[in-house]
Design a protein around this ligand. Structure first.
Ligand code: ZN
Length: 81
């Protein structure tokens, strides 16, 4: 009983090293993921359209491939996401 407890505590004592290294690696990777996400510009939710008829530039939040021009009502493809 006492021997098994000592064995277990010895095993867990030897696990501190690898676990610490693993925790450190996870912490470092999380830090870099957080830093990269912070440096990257936020994703644009709206799509940009330019009308072929009247050259009006407008955006639509619905994320559809074709959107009607607010000025003349013509269908236009998205210029940029
Ligand atoms: Zn138009």
């Amino acid at each position: 009983m006492i021997i098994s407890t000592v064995c277990l505590s010895t095993n867990s004592y030897f696990m501190i090293g690898p676990l610490g290294a693993l925790t450190l690696a996870m912490g470092v990777s999380l830090f870099y993921a957080w830093r990269d996400a912070r440096l990257r510009p936020p994703r644009r939710r709206t799509r940009l359209y330019q009308c072929r008829e009247c050259r009006q530039v407008y955006e639509d939040r619905r994320n559809v491939p074709l959107a009607t021009c607010p000025q003349c009502g013509a269908f236009n493809e998205a210029v940029r996401r």
